[in-house]
Design a protein around this ligand. Structure first.
Ligand code: ZN
Length: 347
């Protein structure tokens, strides 16, 4: 599309966290604005060294730029804080619109900034580029965006990044071209990690390549220590439910999950890990061991699998969904985890 000079004005990039949506959007912003665009295999590319390419690339570490923007706002006077919306901008023609904390939603004032600038010709590049990094829009913000999409200027491109294109209004989707970034095979991610994370041992890389579910970005920054700790807790909960007996270990685990932002993250990680173990137990029991993600504890999973059946796994995942709902209502975490383990025993 770039080669034919027919690049769409609105592009939805859908894919899991770490699948490369933001990286791809920035690369395209560079290709659209490169001052000395080279060709790769006869197709337009970007040089990566001209003034436009390098300034756009400064936005590459999104979480660092986002944190800087949050901090800059924190340092404002109270009155100004309320008025100030978050943006990441390292090039005058490329505006990155992140979800605005604490609600982590795209707000109408952010879309207004887009409306204010999008109809002016680009200052230093050829194309104005807007990258919305999340699809959680406040209602009014989504409606304002829709108005832009109805009549986008010739020289602007809007990228909408989302984990699930279904979260966007159908009217927004229908005015955009939707691309889904697929999952990469574990072998390919393993090869990539061998270069990027040489400090990991080969079995660790193999494990991460399976756990990151085809998303290379998630694999690259995978917190193996955090995951292993969460998995140890998850295994204690499952064992306590299945093998029964001694409960002191279980309470030691569940008591360590405290309320507050820190505890919330920890509990979310635990829930994700519990789901992944339940899924693996399902694979083990149906003889599809090649699909098991936690391959390094295959023997342990096989042993646990002997005391569960399909019905138990279904009921366990239903109970886990209840814990998740409880968390959203802010029930005491350790309490709902204890209830979870107890409910599994009865089941
Ligand atoms: Zn360039």
């Amino acid at each position: 599309m770039l080669a034919r000079d027919r690049f769409p004005h609105a592009v939805v990039l859908a894919g899991g966290q770490g699948s490369g949506k933001y990286t791809l959007a920035l690369m395209l912003a560079q290709a659209l604005n490169c001052l000395t665009p080279p060709k790769s295999d006869g197709l337009p590319d970007f040089c990566g060294t001209c003034a436009n390419c390098t300034r756009i690339a400064q936005a590459g570490d999104f979480s660092a730029r986002f944190n800087e923007a949050v901090e800059a706002r924190e340092n404002l006077r109270e009155a100004d804080k309320k008025e100030t919306r978050l943006f990441v901008q390292t090039h005058p023609d490329v505006l990155i619109v992140p979800p605005d904390p604490p609600q982590m939603m795209i707000k109408v004032d952010q879309v207004r900034r887009v409306i204010e600038t999008i109809y002016y010709r680009p200052a230093e590049g050829r194309e104005r580029v807007y990258i919305f990094t999340d699809s959680a829009f406040m209602k009014e913000a989504a409606n304002s965006l829709l108005k832009i999409l109805e009549e986008p200027p010739e020289f602007a491109t809007i990228f909408l990044l989302t984990e699930n294109a279904g979260e966007l209004l159908p009217t927004i989707r229908s005015r955009s071209m939707v691309f889904t970034l697929g999952a990469l095979p574990a072998e390919e991610i393993e090869k990539y990690l061998a270069k990027q994370r040489p400090e990991w041992k080969a079995p660790q890389r193999a494990l991460v390549a399976r756990l990151c579910e085809g998303c290379i970005g998630r694999g690259r920054s995978f917190d193996l220590g955090g995951y292993t700790a969460a998995r140890a807790s998850a295994l204690t909960i499952l064992k306590s439910a299945l093998v029964g007996g001694e409960h002191s270990e279980l309470f030691k685990v569940t008591e360590s999950f405290r309320p507050g932002a820190d505890g919330r993250e920890k509990t979310e990680e635990l829930i994700r890990t519990l789901y992944s173990l339940l899924r693996d137990l399902m694979f083990v029991n149906s003889g599809a061991t090649e699909l098991v993600r936690n391959a390094d504890i295959a023997t342990e999973l096989k042993r646990l699998g002997e005391s569960v059946d399909f019905e138990w796994l279904t009921s366990a995942s239903d109970r886990l969904a209840e814990v998740e709902r409880g968390m959203r209502r802010n029930l005491l975490r350790s309490l709902s985890l204890d209830a979870f383990a107890a409910a599994l025993e009865k089941a």
